[in-house]
Design a protein around this ligand. Structure first.
Ligand code: TXA
Ligand code: MG
Length: 326
């Protein structure tokens, strides 16, 4: 594995490597992606192998410009144009009818393809220089914490990738929102970096997939995803003081009052506050880095409180829920 910077020469190297079928981890505003040429089935097969990802879990295809989406998908479906115009580039993935040229491996044989135009300038530059659409799942082993730093990719995938481009920490910190426009009504399959409230301003009929009433549509919805190695337990917002941790535990809070109450309870060896002001955007940006580093610490258990189910709080709660599921 070779580590690259975001210098123009290194971005050229990364783009050429992708075009030639190699695996390149690239920074996006959400999380690092494991990029491969979406037209190259051998490269796609290596992505699944590197991540130990089951072949039934399809990849997101990334384009440098919104207009590039029509190369891989039918962008004339209801609401697609409006959503692309308003939210791309950005943390929104659209599930659209696929073009026949897109390899089945990228879409796991579905007749839809997930497409995203990321906002990170480094990702956009690499995709545009590569001259191909770039299939990129999060650059983590399947089911593990998502990477928001180049070092997370190096630690977890290491020699399984050819290059890692270091673009610094990811600003959004949780994966994109996956919105299925082939469903009626359109369905958010994965809450993420773009809030449901923002989407509903453009598309009021969009519904949130409800895991309690519907069977999984995207494998990322299976419980036990984003898992740290240490047990993670969840409480309601503000309920950490009533927790009964076993052994040395750390509390993950979102707000000054919660943090003070968790400290005072005396139940935790350490209290970490991911957003003293209770700001879900800030909490999302810190979440995976905090879990990565706490997972390496000397704790028997990690405990976290939920955020209110609003804005990016939904994405944070979703990741915490999946990280806590056995
Ligand atoms: O922010 C992100 O979306 C990051 C960065 C790298 O762009 N990528 C990412 O990819 O999170 P991945 O592979 O970890 O998650 C993709 C999700 C999975 O839950 C997958 O099941 C779903 O998108 N997905 C992909 N294609 C789909 C399709 N055709 N229909 C329904 N769900 C799909
Ligand atoms: Mg992932």
């Amino acid at each position: 594995m070779i580590l690259l910077s975001d210098s123009p020469g290194d971005l050229e190297t990364a783009a050429r490597a992708i075009r030639n079928g190699l695996l390149v981890a690239i920074p996006t505003e959400t999380v690092y992606g494991l990029g491969a040429n979406a037209w190259d089935t051998r490269a796609l097969a290596r992505v699944f192998e590197a991540k130990e990802r089951p072949a039934f879990d399809p990849l997101i295809v990334h384009v440098a410009e919104p207009a590039g989406a029509s190369e891989v998908a039918d962008t004339t479906v209801f609401l697609a144009r409006e959503l692309m115009e308003r939210f791309w580039p950005g943390p929104l993935t659209l599930v659209l009818p696929k073009k026949p040229e897109v390899p089945d491996l990228a879409t796991s044989g579905l007749d839809t393809v997930a497409v995203r135009c990321p906002a990170h300038p480094v990702a956009r530059k690499i995709i545009s220089l590569s001259g191909v659409p770039v299939a990129a799942p999060s650059a983590n082993p399947f089911g593990r914490l998502s990477p928001t730093r180049a070092s997370h990719v190096a630690d977890w995938l290491g020699e399984r990738v050819d290059y890692i481009v270091d673009g610094g920490p990811c600003s959004v910190g949780v994966e994109s929102t996956v919105l299925d426009l082939s469903a009626e009504p359109p369905l958010v399959l994965r809450p993420g970096g773009l809030s449901l409230e923002a989407i509903r301003e453009v598309a009021p009929t969009v519904e949130l997939f409800d895991r309690s009433t519907t069977s999984p549509r995207a494998p990322g919805q299976l419980p036990s995803h984003y898992a740290p190695r240490k047990p993670l337990r969840l409480t309601d917002s503000g309920a950490l003081p009533e927790a009964r941790p076993r052994g040395r535990a750390v509390a993950i809070c979102f707000g000054r009052d919660s943090a003070v109450a968790a400290e005072r309870s005396g139940r935790f060896a350490r209290v970490v506050d991911l957003s003293p002001n209770g700001d879900a955007v800030e909490a999302a940006a810190e979440l995976f880095q905090a879990l990565h580093s706490l997972d390496l610490g000397d704790w028997d258990e990690l405990w976290a409180e939920r955020l209110p189910e609003l804005g990016l709080g939904r994405a944070v709660n979703d990741r915490l829920y999946k990280a806590s599921a056995k």
